[in-house]
Design a protein around this ligand. Sequence first.
Ligand SMILES: [Cu+2]
Length: 136
Amino acid sequence: MAVVAVAVVTLGAMTGCGSGGDPGLDNHGVTLRVETPPQPTSGPFVVVAVDNHFHDIHYQERNLINENRPFEVKNEGENLHNFTVVGTNISIDIKPGHEFVWPRLGNVLKPGNYRVICKYHTYVHPPMGGHFTVTP
Ligand SMILES: [Cu+2]
């Protein structure tokens, strides 16, 4: 039993998705299947969408992304998701198994703070979304 408990704690620590306080994880008893490793500090910043949650841009974390980095959003869930950047005209649908890539984030979003929602999952509590900051 102790071994199982340790394994669960380790997984939670790796993903930043511990059961403690992520407002996106009101899963009504369902355990999320897909987990992601920690983000590297260079190369593409990859956001993974699952059902119905965005990894890597959690509300309770500061997500600082340099404008020179590529930015990528992958849908690893089984539902259609959407990446809407509030206050811009960016609203991109991402089918299951698909992704989009911006080769340089700063070409799309100037340095600043941004909030993201999935327009299809605004009814979950809290809505499927997140936030990040583009840094110069
Ligand atoms: Cu969604």
